[in-house]
Ligand binder design. Structure first.
Ligand SMILES: C[S@@+](CC[C@H](N)C(=O)[O-])C[C@H]1O[C@@H](n2cnc3c(N)ncnc32)[C@H](O)[C@@H]1O
Length: 273
């Protein structure tokens, strides 16, 4: 998969040259291509911004260098999405990361200064935001999105197992994890994790994940699509933590159907005595 970034500050992408993403690039699983669109400014001073029409503070990115930089990119081999980084865009999340990981190329346009000329929006297939706050530029937002998408590209993470159960994978947060030592400053690893009983460990982890999601992110919990196998865990949690009752309607439909009685019901009324 190819990631192309149009930016005025290529040096801000050095974090992508370390650790897992560095290895993924060396293995040819992903490519990161950073383009300084100042090179496409068609004026003596290579200026890329100007004052806003109508007045106001700050400088606005001009359309022509960005249009020229995008047009100069090599033809995509497959699908390409052009993403404009903006605090006004759809907020990026794991579902979007998964959808973007299916593309062959993502092109990120990083704004800076006071923002960009409105006509630049026409270049983009989608406008994405890192969150409801304002950054000085789109570079950090692009790096975060590249990291989140790249790790979903097959082969980038050594163990694809780690993708299966992590937070946001299926709408719940990940269960608590422990490693050696068994006891640290008076805190012990839960006994069940030392038991070697895999089915019980799986059950404990799912229950903890559900409880943790309820506690930390009730907004996520409200949207979680539970599995039928979650029903007994949720019922146990409801009894242990009565505050979960507010959501109990969400999982009532998962209650197992009452078992059918075997044989015929004894007839009543008309039996000759
Ligand atoms: C200072 S911001 C401009 C904000 C703009 N004046 C506004 O109010 O919408 C400069 C650039 O940083 C990037 N940026 C800022 N906040 C962002 C966010 N939350 N997510 C993604 N990009 C952001 C955008 O590319 C933006 O053009």
């Amino acid at each position: 998969m190819r990631f192309t970034v149009l930016t005025l500050f290529p040096e801000m992408f050095s974090p992508l040259q370390a650790s897992i993403l560095k290895r993924a690039q060396a293995a040819g699983l992903i490519q990161v291509n950073v383009v300084n669109f100042r090179e496409y400014a068609d004026n003596k001073h290579k200026s890329v911004d100007d004052v806003p029409y109508g007045g106001g503070a700050g400088m606005v990115l001009k359309p022509d260098p960005l249009f020229a930089a995008l047009r100069a990119l090599p033809e995509p081999h497959g699908s390409r999405q052009v993403i404009l980084l903006s605090p006004q865009g759809q907020v990026f999340d794991q579902a979007l990361a998964r959808a973007l990981a299916c593309e062959d190329e993502l092109v990120f346009i990083c704004g800076h200064y006071e923002g960009f000329d409105e006509r630049i929006r026409a270049l983009a297939d989608q406008e994405l935001s890192l969150g409801d706050f304002v950054l000085t530029g789109g570079e950090l937002a692009a790096s975060v999105m590249i990291d989140a998408v790249a790790r979903l590209v097959p082969g980038v993470l050594g163990q694809s197992e780690s993708l299966k159960e992590e937070s946001h994978g299926d709408g719940v947060l990940e269960y608590p994890q422990y490693t050696r030592p068994v006891e640290f400053e008076g805190q012990r690893v839960p006994e069940i994790l030392l038991s070697g009983h895999h089915a019980n460990i799986e059950r404990w982890r799912r229950k903890e994940a559900l409880w943790r999601t309820f506690q930390k992110r009730p907004d996520l919990f409200e949207r979680t699509v539970f599995l039928a196998s979650d029903y007994p865990l949720l019922e146990e949690l409801r009894q242990e933590h009565p505050e979960m009752e507010v959501f109990a309607e969400k999982w009532r439909a998962l209650a197992p159907l009452p078992k059918k009685r075997r044989g015929r019901e004894p007839e009543q009324g008309n039996n000759p005595a």
